[in-house]
Design a protein around this ligand. Structure first.
Ligand SMILES: Cc1ncc(COP(=O)(O)O)c(C=O)c1O
Length: 372
């Protein structure tokens, strides 16, 4: 049997009836962009945090745009420095570069694989305007520690902007990922914790003026049709079909999170006695898992395991093989030993709510066999 890493067609099969109904409803309404489905989705995202929440959501075209719109709303200017992880998806860095800011790469914590607060502090200069914690694979940066450290550093001009693309639904000390910063960027890329049937994203904020600002920025900079504000914006709107599909999946969000947690526990138990390392959970974090990533003793073992699993029909990926500070546009003499060592020894195995139990068992048997 072949075990795909992630097969989006299974989501369609599972929800086909609701999806087709929503498609007819949206297309028949004649409102295809910025309409009632998007507004309802924004409200439902907010309500998921409880009735007392003050959160406001502005949906947009992608997670990358959510980062760009947030940085524009923060007023970042060319030459401003943004401290973030090198061990992240390429779009985190592309977004920073897109607003003319300079990505400054900090080191990860060797066990939790997310940004180390100490390393962030070491990278602060007079030009630092923003710190962008990336909550990777579902695990969160220690936000309590980061906020306290920045307060002690007395850096009021440094904004925090969470990249929550991989951790929608995770919590730290009871507080959701994305609620720790003035703006946070979320992705609805199909394989994400809340995935659309195409591209999509959203920004979360707690402030009504900030929300209004984002709504203007995502719609060219217009305050209303054919009326410009003083802000030059962009076109980054979520279409109504995607909003309607996301509302369907949002209803089962808890259920899909639970099934990923169950598979994660099953893997951890099954691999307990193997010479493999899994990501340590940041203390206080309740992870909504996005990926299951294994770390082998070295690159050679990782590459051999990848080939072995491929031979057994199990598709794997590497998130991510080349750290961003070694990618062509950003390459300097900077070395980040923890990041580079991690990138050379990790392997992501299939873990998603649409997997059958037999597939999970096949993945486990194939990994165990590799070490036999
Ligand atoms: C950490 C991280 N940031 C940002 C993004 C960008 O999201 P999108 O693909 O929706 O633009 C992604 C998605 O790949 C991601 O994993």
């Amino acid at each position: 049997m072949k075990v795909p890493f992630f097969d989006p067609s299974r989501i369609y099969v599972r929800y086909a009836k609701e999806i087709l109904e929503a498609t007819e409803r949206c297309l028949g309404s004649g409102r295809w962009i910025l309409g009632p489905e998007g507004e309802a989705l924004e409200k439902e995202l907010s309500l998921r945090e409880g009735p007392a929440t003050t959160s406001g959501w502005a949906c947009c075209a992608s997670g990358t745009d959510a980062l760009i719109l947030s940085m524009r709303a923060l007023g970042l200017k060319p030459g401003d420095e943004v401290i973030t992880a090198s061990h992240t998806a390429i779009p985190t860095i592309v977004a920073i570069q897109s607003v003319g800011a300079i990505p400054v790469f900090a080191e990860i914590h060797p066990k939790t694989w997310v940004l180390s607060v100490d390393s962030i502090l070491e990278k602060i200069t007079k030009k630092t305007r923003c710190v962008m914690p990336v909550h990777l694979y579902g695990n969160m940066v220690n936000m309590d520690q980061l906020k306290e450290a920045l307060d002690l550093h007395d850096s009021p001009s440094i904004a925090i902007l969470e990249d929550v693309a991989q951790a929608h639904g995770s919590k730290l000390n009871g507080r959701s990922a994305g609620s720790w910063s003035r703006f946070s960027a979320h992705s609805f890329y199909p394989s994400k914790n809340l995935g659309a049937f195409g591209d999509g994203g959203a920004i979360r904020t707690n402030d009504a003026n900030d929300l209004r600002h984002l709504q203007i920025l995502r719609n060219y900079g217009q305050t209303s049709r054919y009326q410009m504000s003083e802000h030059i914006g962009m076109n980054s709107r979520l279409d109504e079909l995607q909003a309607a599909y996301l509302r369907i999946l949002l209803r089962d969000f808890q259920k899909t999170a639970e099934s990923k947690k169950r598979i994660t526990r099953t893997y951890l138990e099954a691999f307990r006695n193997l010479p493999l390392v899994a990501q340590s959970v940041t203390p206080g974090c309740d992870i909504n898992p996005h990926l299951f990533v294994l770390r082998t003793k070295d690159m050679d073992t990782r590459d051999r395991m990848m080939l072995h699993l491929e031979g057994k029909g199990v598709q794997t990926l590497i998130h991510y093989p080349t750290p961003n500070h070694l990618q062509q546009p950003w390459k300097t003499s900077l070395r980040l030993p923890e990041t580079e060592s991690l990138a050379s020894s990790i392997l992501s195995i299939p873990m998603n709510p649409w997997m059958a139990d037999a597939e999970v068992e096949q993945v486990i048997a194939s990994v165990v066999e590799f070490y036999r």
